[in-house]
Design a protein around this ligand. Structure first.
Ligand SMILES: NC(=O)c1ccc[n+]([C@@H]2O[C@H](COP(=O)([O-])OP(=O)(O)OC[C@H]3O[C@@H](n4cnc5c(N)ncnc54)[C@H](OP(=O)(O)O)[C@@H]3O)[C@@H](O)[C@H]2O)c1
Length: 363
C-alpha cells in the first residue's frame, strides 16, 4: 500500500514535491494499529509557522519525511479504512493532527468513547494535544461546513481563548487597550471577538496590511484598524497590551519605540510575517515574551478542575461559530495540484483573509 505525501524542504520552503511512501498492507498492520485515509484538512498561515518552528518545537518529527524534507502537520479529518484494534471499526471518523498525505498509520492507545492517542514512538515528546484524535462519527458539529470551521478555526480559537483568559487574569497588565498585529488572521480576530464579548470595555486595535484593512474593518470586532505604515499614528502615552501574531522584529521595534514605556505587555504568538530576528535589541516598555499556551492550559486545568477548560472553551466556541459564515468563505481544494497551489499561496501571503482553505490529496 502506498501513501502520496506532500513534503517541503525544511530549509527552503518554496521547494516542495510529492512522494510515494510505502505503508503496511491492511492485512499486515501491527496489533491495535489503524490505517487512516486522510480525508480533508485545513491550511492556514499557522501551518507555515509549524514549518518555521519545525526543528525547534519538534513538528518535523511527527510525520517523518526523507532527507532534508519535512511533512507539515495539519488539522483535519480521517477515516479508518483498516483496523487491528478491537474497539475501532472500519468507517470511523477521527478529527486531529494529520500529515499532508493520503494515508497515515496510527498506533491506537488510550481508546475511550471520545477519542484515542497515537502511541507511535516518533510522536512522543510533544504536547499531548498533537497526538490526540477525537472520535467524531455521527457528531453533527464535525460534519460538512461545521467540520470545516472546526478544522480551520478551533485549534486557533483555543489560542485566542487562552490569551483572552491570560490578559483578563492579569487585568491587562494595567492597560485597557489591546493592539493585535496580523489582525486579519483567524487567531487574531478570534481574540478580538473574545475581547469584545465581555462586559468590561476593552479598546481593541487591529494592525494589518493596507490590502487587508477593509476585511479587518468588516469583521466588526476591532474598534480601530491601523495599517502597518501608520503605526506612528497610534496614541503615544496610552497604556497598551500588544499581542503579536506577525512576529516581525522590525514591526515590534517600531511599536515599542513609538508607545514606549506605555507598552505594558508584549506577547509573541505568531510568525505570519516570518521576519523574526533572534538577536533583537532591548526595547522600551515591557520585555517581549513568548506566550506559551501549554502553561496556561496546565494552570487552568489545575484551578478549574476536570472539564473546566472544555466547558468554558465550548461555551466560547458556541458563541463564536455562528459569526463565521459572514466572515469566512470556505473553499475546498482537491487533488495534488490544488494542495501545492494553496501551500505556495499561503507561504507567499497570497490568500485573501476572507478565505478558509480545506484541502485533500484525493481528487
Ligand atoms: N503560539 C501558538 O500556540 C499559536 C496558536 C495559534 C496560532 N498561532 C499563530 O498565529 C498566526 C496566525 O495564524 P492563522 O492561521 O490564524 O493565520 P491566517 O488566518 O492564515 O492569517 C493570514 C494573515 O497573516 C498575514 N500573513 C500570512 N502570510 C503572510 C506572508 N507570507 N506575508 C505577510 N503576511 C502574511 C496576513 O495578515 P496581515 O496582513 O493582517 O498581517 C494574512 O491575512 C500564525 O503565526 C500561527 O502560528 C500561534
Amino acid at each position: 500500500m502506498n501513501s502520496t505525501d506532500f513534503i517541503v524542504a525544511r530549509d527552503a520552503f518554496q521547494e516542495c514535491k510529492f512522494i510515494e511512501t510505502n505503508l503496511a498492507e491492511a492485512n499486515s498492520l501491527p496489533d491495535e494499529a489503524l490505517l487512516i485515509k486522510v480525508d480533508r484538512f485545513a491550511f492556514t498561515a499557522n501551518n507555515i509557522t509549524y514549518a518555521t518552528l519545525g526543528e525547534q518545537l519538534k513538528y518535523w518529527q511527527l510525520f517523518p519525511a526523507p532527507e532534508v524534507f519535512g511533512n507539515i502537520p495539519v488539522w483535519g479529518f480521517g477515516e479508518v479504512i483498516a483496523s487491528r484494534h478491537p474497539s475501532i471499526e472500519i468507517g470511523e471518523r477521527l478529527f486531529g493532527y494529520f500529515p499532508m498525505a493520503t494515508h497515515l498509520v496510527i498506533e491506537a492507545a488510550d481508546v475511550s468513547k471520545r477519542g484515542l492517542r497515537d502511541a507511535a514512538a516518533h510522536r512522543q515528546g510533544v504536547a499531548p494535544v498533537y497526538n490526540a484524535y477525537a472520535r467524531v462519527s455521527g457528531n453533527a458539529a464535525f460534519e460538512g461546513l461545521n467540520g470545516d470551521y472546526q478544522a480551520l478555526l478551533r485549534p486557533l480559537f483555543m489560542l485566542s481563548f487562552l490569551v483572552d483568559d491570560f490578559l483578563r487574569e492579569h487585568d491587562f497588565f494595567g492597560a485597557r487597550s489591546v493592539v493585535l498585529s496580523s489582525a486579519s488572521s483567524k487567531t487574531a480576530f478570534g481574540l478580538a471577538h473574545l475581547l469584545h464579548s465581555h462586559p468590561e470595555p476593552t479598546h481593541v486595535t487591529g494592525l494589518t496590511s493596507a490590502a487587508n484593512a477593509d476585511f479587518v474593518r468588516s469583521l466588526g470586532c476591532y474598534d480601530d484598524v491601523v495599517t502597518y505604515d501608520r503605526i506612528e499614528a497610534l496614541p503615544k502615552d496610552a497604556p497598551v497590551a500588544f499581542v503579536d501574531m506577525a512576529g516581525s522584529s522590525a514591526l515590534r521595534a517600531r511599536l515599542h519605540h513609538h508607545v514606549n514605556d506605555a507598552v505594558k505587555y508584549s506577547g509573541q504568538i505568531g510568525l505570519t510575517h516570518r521576519g523574526f530576528s533572534p538577536n533583537e535589541p532591548e526595547l522600551p516598555g515591557a520585555k517581549p515574551a513568548w506566550f506559551f499556551a501549554p502553561d496556561q492550559i496546565r494552570k487552568r486545568a489545575r484551578e478549574w478542575g476536570p472539564g473546566g477548560i472544555d466547558q468554558r472553551f465550548g461555551a466560547a466556541w458556541s458563541a463564536f461559530a455562528p459569526t463565521l459564515p459572514k466572515r469566512l468563505t470556505v473553499i475546498q481544494g482537491r487533488g495534488p495540484a490544488a494542495v501545492r497551489q494553496i501551500y505556495l499561496d499561503t507561504l507567499n501571503g497570497r490568500i485573501p483573509p476572507a478565505q478558509g482553505h480545506m484541502l485533500s490529496l484525493w481528487d
